[in-house]
Unconditional design. Structure first.
Length: 188
């Protein structure tokens, strides 16, 4: 499989972005751009957890509804969700209706509210590795790293769920903790 794909606009992109306009926009404007803030990182953690076992484009297309359904990923509001909200989420076809993932998101929100302001950001970014060389191909992009494994262990130790090493590496990529744009991508 080729690692780069030239779009209709003449730009060479990481081939995973394909030809879907929304996926290309995400690649061009969000992926690997440093993201900070407890709320923003809570959202990303939640969405990456919902993505487990699914494609990211599925989550990306449902993200606007996820944001509505989960109160803009405001940890305090999500932490207050009770059985009525859980049942409403389970009936919402606009999101991924997985009870375990919904409960994990609510539980994770409660844990975030126990942290000091900025502590989630500081904790997660503490695992960002030093900038390395850009991957030359998809074969050079890992699914798990020592840093994502360490982040996963630290979060799990605090009680967070759906934060496995592979999920945390995807989060590290999407939040700019690592930059895995393939060498030759216009974003490099």
């Amino acid at each position: 499989m080729t690692s780069l794909l030239t779009g209709a606009d003449g730009r060479a992109r990481c081939a995973w972005s394909g030809t879907d306009a929304e996926y290309q926009r995400y690649h061009d404007e969000e992926w690997a751009v440093p993201l900070h803030g407890d709320r923003a990182l809570f959202e990303k953690m939640s969405l990456e957890g919902f993505q487990a076992g699914l494609s990211w484009i599925t989550i990306l297309r449902k993200r606007p509804r996820f944001r509505e359904a989960f109160a803009g990923f405001d940890p305090r509001q999500v932490a207050a969700f009770g059985e009525a909200e859980i049942e409403a989420l389970m009936q919402d076809a606009g999101i991924i209706r997985n009870r375990a993932k919904i409960l994990a998101t609510i539980g994770n929100a409660r844990l975030v509210t126990e942290l000091a302001d900025g502590e989630l950001d500081e904790l997660m970014w503490s695992f960002a590795p030093a900038r390395g060389i850009r991957p030359r191909s998809f074969a050079d992009v890992p699914a798990v790293t020592p840093e994502s494994t360490a982040m996963s262990k630290a979060l799990r130790k605090r009680g967070f769920r759906f934060v496995g090493p592979t999920t945390m590496y995807a989060l590290m990529q999407s939040t700019g903790m690592v930059d895995d744009h393939i060498d030759g991508c216009w974003r490099t």
